[in-house]
Design a protein around this ligand. Structure first.
Ligand SMILES: [Ca+2]
Ligand SMILES: [Ca+2]
Length: 283
């Protein structure tokens, strides 16, 4: 997938950035958060529940939950993306989970990357981690980075592929060798290749580069999200977190999102949809 690396660094003026996107036939990478193009306070992000922009002194982060029990928070990019059967996307984000509750069993619950059909979606907290629980997101896909072993979990540090807001069924999972709520900065990368329905997830502790985990799984995300003979529906990309009896601060430092059709996506982000309509190209 082609991306426009120059965009990520915020070096281009808005006009130059728009023109670069108009002339790109393939895809663009948007970077949210520290050093990026889109601030956590931007109106193109819909923050739900406990999610809020927060500055701990080292730059503004997206704080999905504070270290208080019983919270759920989500943040969705408000521009829709239609996931067709041959659609690709890749996204990565860095997260930092701090000040977990003590004793060790009282820390929870983790963060997730979520695809849902409404940017206002907000699931329940606890093991539902903002995508499931008492108010499950249906339909949805969640890639969870789970820091608390509930009765349905295999460990207190794992990656899981979850659908339709059901936090009890891991379609596949991968154990993470160390605790993700250790205060380190972790980078998660999620890529999807629609032609083979292949989902690939990798995770790395940036403060301890040898600490990694990964998984791959075959899943028809287009079908999951309601793409059928009558067409496909709008999907929205987001991040979620929750706390329950245990808790921690769940912070997102950066989030990059590479999606096709930059004309429709970023131009509408910038309120320049009419301009994009003149020159938009389709793959
Ligand atoms: Ca859990
Ligand atoms: Ca889990």
């Amino acid at each position: 997938m082609n991306v426009l690396p120059s965009i990520k660094h915020g070096l281009l003026s808005t006009t130059a950035m728009v023109m670069a996107l108009i002339t790109s036939p393939a895809s663009a990478t948007l970077l949210f958060g520290q050093g990026g193009d889109i601030a956590w306070t931007s109106p193109v992000l819909e923050l739900n529940g406990s999610a809020h922009a927060y500055n701990p002194g080292s730059g503004t982060v997206l704080r999905l939950t504070d270290n208080v029990g019983g919270l759920a928070g989500t943040a969705f990019f408000e521009n829709p993306y239609v996931i067709g059967h041959n659609s690709d996307f890749t996204t990565s984000f860095t997260f930092q989970i701090t000040s977990p509750g003590n004793p060790l069993t009282n820390r929870s619950d983790g963060v997730a990357f979520v695809i849902a059909t409404d940017p206002a979606s907000l699931g329940g907290g606890g093991g539902g981690m903002g995508y499931g629980g008492v108010d499950p997101l249906i339909p949805s896909l969640a890639i969870e980075f789970d820091t608390h072993r509930n009765g349905f979990d295999v460990s207190d540090s794992h990656i899981g592929v979850m659908t339709n807001g059901n936090e009890t069924i891991h379609l596949t999972q991968s154990n993470v060798p160390s605790a993700m709520d250790n205060g380190d900065i972790w980078k998660a990368t999620i890529s999807y290749f629609g032609q083979g329905d292949l989902l690939v997830v990798s995770l790395e502790d940036l403060n301890n580069p040898g600490m990694t985990a990964s998984l791959s799984y075959t899943i028809d995300i287009a079908g999951l999200m309601g793409c059928g003979p009558a067409g496909c529906v709008n999907s929205y990309f987001g991040l979620s977190a929750g706390t329950g009896g245990g808790y921690a601060n769940h912070d997102i430092l950066t989030w990059s999102l590479a999606v096709p059709e930059p004309g429709s996506l970023l131009l509408s982000t910038l309120g320049l949809g009419a301009l994009g309509g003149m020159t938009r190209r389709r793959r």
